[in-house]
Design a protein around this ligand. Sequence first.
Ligand code: C2E
Ligand code: MG
Ligand code: MG
Length: 715
Amino acid sequence: MIRKILDAIGLEKQSKYVRDYFYATNMKASIYMSVIVIMLEIWMIIHMTRTIINEHIQHLFWNIADKYYSNYLILLCIALLMLLFAIRYFKGSNRTRWLCLLIIPMAAAVCVFEIWQLSKYDPAQVQASYFANYIILLIAGIITITLAVLLMTGKNDKKWQSLATMYLFSFICINFGIMISTNSYAKGEQILTFLTMELFVVCLLTWRPVTGFMILTVSYWVFMFRLDNLVAYNTGTVGITESTQINGFTMWISTLMFCISNYYKTRSQALKDENLEKINSYLSRISVEDELTGIHNMVYFRNEAEKMLNYVTTDKENIVFLFLDIENFKSYNEKYGFHKGNELLIEFAHCISESFKGSLVSRFSDDHFVVLTRFDGCKDVINSLSEHIHDMQGEVQLTLKCGAYRPNSTETDPSLACDRARFACNSIKKHFDRTFRMYDQSLEDKFQLKHYIVNKIDNAIAKGYIKVYYQPVVSTKNGCICGLEALARWHDPNYGILPPGAFIEILEEYRQIHKLDRCIVEQVCKDYRRAIDSKMPFVPVSLNISRLDFELCDIVGFLNETADKYRVPKRFLDIEITESALTDQQDFLQNAMNVLHSSGYNIWLDDFGSGYSSLNVLKDFQFDVMKIDMKFLSGFKSNDKTKPILENIVQLTKQLNMVSLTEGVESVEQFEFLKSIGCDRAQGYLFSKPLPEEELRAKIENGELSISPEFIPAA
Ligand code: C2E
Ligand code: MG
Ligand code: MG
């Protein structure tokens, strides 16, 4: 309620923007007003000087006083002053201040003149209102001189000085209007000067309604009061008539209405502009700021880094791109929740900014940050940040990893530099003793290969560089092949034969893995069809399917379509899903596996025991075959615990109705042991390395390997 009342009378709290808007509006109006007044006053002074010189030379001073000479002069001074303030406000320069050298002597002349008037003032001859006017002009003269001196000597824009000039100007204008018009009215003339001055002050300038009300009310009252006195003095009896009073009241109310409406119009425009300004500044802020942490984002980083790489020439060899990663942050989020995770990111982001003050710091994504800074001393800063992250970690082990890349003098692409620093950072992931890695030639070779793989995968598939190698799986019962694992090889014209270790992870990182997996599925189905059509034996093939395939394409649909196209029975295709893919349990994987099962495929759990949550995986998902990771066999001879562990795992598979298969069998001894503990199948170099189909068939033909009888077609 109170707010509404305050709002109605214009006493509401204004934002800085609105205040500045009003100030600027008034400064603009000041220019028009002052220019008009300056011209008018100069004209009046010239005109009057001519009249005085021509007609009343013998009573010079008296006539000057009579003709309001000093009123014109003071108005001219203040108008000039106001113009100078407005120019300084809009141009931001103080170059015109020497004009004060004109104002100061003129205002001083007014002061001297008024002092002279006051000294010879005789109440019997001159009315009290003239006396008041002398004092007003004297004070106005002193203030004008003070403001002019301040303007001349001060450097910066002092708002209060220009506002004081504006108030003084308004006051003197109205005072002038009252003096002239009351005298004119008493002589039977119009009161146009007063009206003009009122309109000038309250309509050209914008006042809060309450201030406008005060100015108008006081000025009208003084005007009426002086008019009444003057008329009574002249006529010797009565003052102004009732109709003059009513006319005055009408004038007062209409100028007041104009003043208020002017205020609300300006205010509404100011509020509109303020909103626009806010939206604009918000938009420009979020375009360069990271929403969560408030530090810069990558758009800003790339722009600024590009400028630096392109235009900075001195000390360029000393700059370094750093890529920072908080390792294990995912676990922190899981333990403490996203909210706490975000808090940690915000705090750490500001900590990086503080530590690298004056450098370019941005959030790259998630828990990754990039910095462009000087190489000297950057390792020390990283070490202290690493300590800081330990202090923040709580019960989850957080470690800081940092990759650094120093661009050479001809490099201009910040994205590539960030990529390299990131690559260096990724290369020390899971190396618990390392925090910092400099990008070097060995990383450069790997980096080039990585880019090669990502850029060439489509071409490699189209040109047939991706080939399927088959590795036999044998039955422990008869030592015959009962299955084959399809393993990809990239026969590259530049790099030679690339093993999956060189490209699987990269294709997963760049979400291209489904292309490769679909290519392998298609080749295996083709091989099946060719073998069957040529009356050759064919055993079930297990296919390695990435967890990402379920996200990146409809892998189940593709399997079904391809199997149908080449008329491959589903029992000839097994699906291997590696244990590590199943650690973060997601519903969609459960669903996908159910669909695979119901479509008729067997699902194998690959690399059992390689991760941390192997047993959970068994609990939550349904598998037909368990492939026991080859690491269990690695300490077969030296480690006494290997055998009982393997025995127990095999027992477990039996309890869970799964077929057991051990990978990485390299010796007869290992194979004999597996047989003895009841492991159903084995796979490893003991039987064969992964080979192309023809080579494998050659081995079968020369008797090195044999196929389980159930898969040999009847003659
Ligand atoms: P995996 O599925 O566990 O495949 C077994 C890996 O162990 C193969 O390596 C194989 O050559 C190797 N291996 C087999 N027997 C022995 C042995 O006795 N001793 C030793 N030291 N190693 C043995 P490879 O072919 O390099 O494949 C590596 C991994 O790449 C595979 O592990 C699989 O996860 C992945 N992979 C291979 N091909 C594909 C594919 O087409 N798609 C997907 N998504 N992943 C694939
Ligand atoms: Mg496998
Ligand atoms: Mg495996």
